[in-house]
Ligand binder design. Structure first.
Ligand SMILES: NC(=O)c1ccc[n+]([C@@H]2O[C@H](COP(=O)([O-])OP(=O)(O)OC[C@H]3O[C@@H](n4cnc5c(N)ncnc54)[C@H](OP(=O)(O)O)[C@@H]3O)[C@@H](O)[C@H]2O)c1
Length: 176
């Protein structure tokens, strides 16, 4: 069966993912949520994000690294040339879900195939600087909010945020 493609990200009020300096917030409970969601799963990510995350992957995770470079040989993981190729590899290995963890270019490419979005929505607008990276627009015509869990400000979290999950709305049959 074709695996579900989930996109997981943390974004500010303007869907900012990162600036030229990297991710401008520190939210330990979001990191824990991200680690828990990705545990033991096959992952899809861009070559830039992969190189930033060196040392992060656990032995039971299998990163598929999207790149245009032929012969790219990530350790751990495999290089892929497209999202359909990544989905085909995950399907062939019997995965029920492939989790896309960014960054901006890969989210933009993978959005069309995504069936679920797991988005940490931070209630703050960060300074985008001169090279901002954004998550794609989440259209209410395409995505239904399935669940939401609010997280307040506390001594470890300077901004309030919410863990929100969206599912792709079923397409109406033609002529309906
Ligand atoms: N806030 C969050 O949740 C979050 C999550 C993840 C990442 N980030 C941030 O996002 C930033 C990185 O994002 P980014 O957009 O600059 O880079 P990226 O998406 O991580 O990686 C871009 C690279 O992926 C490859 N690629 C992308 N689309 C492709 C396609 N259609 N076909 C083949 N290869 C493709 C290319 O690799 P080659 O150049 O090798 O061809 C491209 O240079 C970092 O700052 C990171 O910290 C934030």
């Amino acid at each position: 069966m074709k695996p579900e493609l989930t996109l997981i990200a943390a974004v500010d009020e303007n869907l900012l993912l990162a600036t030229a300096q990297g991710i401008p917030w520190k939210l330990p409970d979001d990191v824990a949520h991200f680690r828990a969601y990705c545990a033991g799963k096959w992952l899809l990510l861009g070559r830039r994000t992969f190189e930033e995350m060196t040392g992060w992957f656990k032995p039971d995770q299998h990163p598929l690294v999207l790149t245009s470079a032929c012969g790219y040989d990530p350790k751990p993981g495999s290089g892929v040339a497209s999202v359909p190729q990544a989905l085909a590899l995950a399907e062939a290995s019997g995965q029920e879900e492939l989790v896309c963890i960014g960054g901006g270019q890969v989210f933009a490419t993978a959005m069309a195939n995504a069936t679920r979005l797991v988005v940490t929505r931070i209630r703050h607008t960060f300074e985008p600087g001169d090279r901002p990276v954004y998550f794609p627009h989440i259209s209410g015509d395409t995505w239904d909010e399935e669940r939401r869990q609010e997280h307040p400000v506390d001594d470890r979290h300077a901004w309030p945020f919410a863990f929100v999950e969206y599912v792709r709305r079923a397409e109406k049959p033609q002529g309906a």
